[in-house]
Design a protein around this ligand. Structure first.
Ligand code: 4AD
Ligand code: MG
Length: 479
């Protein structure tokens, strides 16, 4: 007999034929004549209730069935007598596929802390929370490709190993096959990378943007969706050393087109989640409500589903960095010294506390900030005529801060070269990038969406380590 997935079994009205299900036991309870097992196979958040008549199947057969064991069960689907489920399976045959000794199996049918589950990342997929997150994550990956495909974008794979630093921030992981205990040295005692695998120093990429630009300057509309790596030592709930980024890059776009695309895409993804992940989001909403029970009213975040709907309905506020600085500088929050980094003058880099103040307290909706000081942004951004600012745009979200960072690109050869020199960006590793400004250069723009930041927002989870299966953070590379 072929296996029926629990998702399908739960929706079936076919009470005549026998069906077989397989999965992992969430709970087992038995009384004198009957035992109940909640079985889950990951196809849905919901369990199928197995009903076992102990006169037909002796209780000894269930002795090794515990939370975490794997079972195959066949029988007929029947309308459920109990509340809580529409149908259940009246079991005729039961086979134990894999035991889980209750004295050793770490997951018990009770609430485990997220911190505890991070230490059990190999098993946490089996909890409701992580299976829900995993399904939502899949739906968002699919929706991202669908969004761009439907709009005629081409997906390109950009390299993971690279010799250039796209963001110029120097936060890269080095890739080498040199023997670190016996490094080949130049006369001046620096490492001789000519002897390394690529004949030069190489790193893991921080962004696929530069290569995406090359493709956009031929195919017009492209996007990447790949892993990116940052060796920044920030142990926050919003930073990973390895995360996934979606980077559209579009020829003939200016910064306004770029903002329109970012807003449209975020709204598309949120409404896709509401439409296609209703059961998982309902579960995650309840989880969040539980978690926030003990918080003070003013610290509570909005109910998850309402928050997602709310963002869909609001046009994002678009203001310049300079306007934002005025708002922040004059805010009571700033005057009362409530920011860890007080805003004193134009030029300050914005911290996530400032971003969240603008979004959550001041505008009460997502905000897109544009035209940042050139000093705090990357070399490739288009310079404004004021000589002070660049055509950057960051999308700020409630509870998250920056979710998207992007810009119109500097398409003028001389301006780009001058900025690269000012910022000590080595031309010898970037000559190919400069050449695109010599041959058929056009205005273009793009952005990067941090996939796990999107996942934080959509799932209502509070820590980025819980929305990626195997988080990579400083001092943490276990699984
Ligand atoms: O603002 P960032 O650094 O922009 C770029 O990398 C550009 N090259 C993108 C582009 O224009 N094509 O990063 C983009 C986004 C951020 O807004 C944030 O959502 C996410 O990537 N991000 C991180 N997410 C998790 N952990 C980290 N350490 C992150 N750093 C950035
Ligand atoms: Mg950024």
């Amino acid at each position: 007999m072929k296996r029926t997935e629990i998702k399908d079994a739960l929706q079936s009205d076919n009470f005549e034929v026998e069906m077989k299900v397989m999965g992992w036991v969430r709970t087992k309870r038995s009384s004198k004549n009957v035992a109940f097992i909640a079985l889950n196979d990951g196809s849905t958040i919901h369990n199928l209730q197995l009903v076992i008549d102990l006169e037909k199947i002796p209780e000894e057969n269930l002795a090794n069935v515990h939370t975490g064991s794997a079972l195959s069960a066949s029988g007929r689907l029947v309308p459920s007598a109990g509340s809580g489920q529409r149908v259940e399976l009246a079991v005729e045959h039961l086979e134990l596929l894999g035991e889980a000794n209750p004295d050793e199996y770490p997951l018990q049918p009770k609430k485990h802390s997220l911190e505890f589950l991070r230490e059990k990342a190999h098993l946490r997929f089996r909890t409701n929370t992580f299976s829900a997150i995993t399904r939502v994550r899949h739906a968002m990956i699919f929706a991202i490709h669908k969004f761009f495909n439907d709009k005629g974008y081409f997906n390109i794979h950009t390299p993971i190993i690279t010799a250039s630093d796209a963001e110029g921030a120097g936060e890269m992981f080095q890739v080498t096959t040199l023997d670190l205990n016996n490094l080949p040295l130049n006369d001046d005692k620096t490492v001789d990378f000519k002897q390394d695998f690529f004949g030069r120093a190489a790193n893991l990429t921080v962004s696929g943007q530069l290569e995406a630009e090359l493709a956009a300057l031929a195919l017009s509309k492209v996007y990447t969706f790949g892993p990116t790596f940052r060796a920044e030592n920030s142990n926050t709930s919003r930073h990973l050393a390895e995360f996934w980024m979606i980077e559209p890059e579009v020829a003939f776009f200016d910064i306004n087109d770029d903002m329109d695309l970012a807003e449209e895409m975020l709204k598309y993804l949120i409404s896709y989640a509401l439409e296609h992940c209703a059961d998982d989001l309902a579960f995650l909403a309840k989880r969040l409500e539980e978690e926030e029970k003990n918080k003070k009213a003013e610290e509570k975040s909005m109910e998850l589903i309402s928050k997602l709907r709310f963002v869909l309905e609001q046009p994002f506020e678009r203001i310049t960095y300079s306007q934002a600085i005025e708002i922040l500088k004059n805010s009571n929050h700033n005057k009362k010294g409530k920011f860890s980094y007080p805003i004193e003058k134009w030029g300050a880099d914005l911290q996530s506390e400032h971003e969240r103040y603008l979004v959550e307290k001041h505008f009460k909706r997502p905000v897109i900030l544009t035209d940042y000081p050139k000093e705090i942004k990357a070399f490739y951004m288009k310079q404004n005529d004021d000589g002070l600012t660049v055509r950057a745009m960051d999308v700020l979200f409630p509870g998250i801060g920056e979710i998207i960072g992007g810009s119109q690109r500097e398409e003028r050869y001389d301006k780009l070269l001058q900025r690269m020199n000012e910022m000590n960006i080595p031309q010898e590793t970037m000559w190919w990038y400069l050449e695109t400004r010599k041959f058929g250069t056009v205005p273009h723009a793009g952005f990067g969406l941090g996939f796990e930041r999107l996942m934080l927002f959509v799932t209502g989870m509070g820590n980025i380590r819980d929305v990626i299966p195997f988080p990579r953070t400083p001092q943490n590379c276990e699984f």
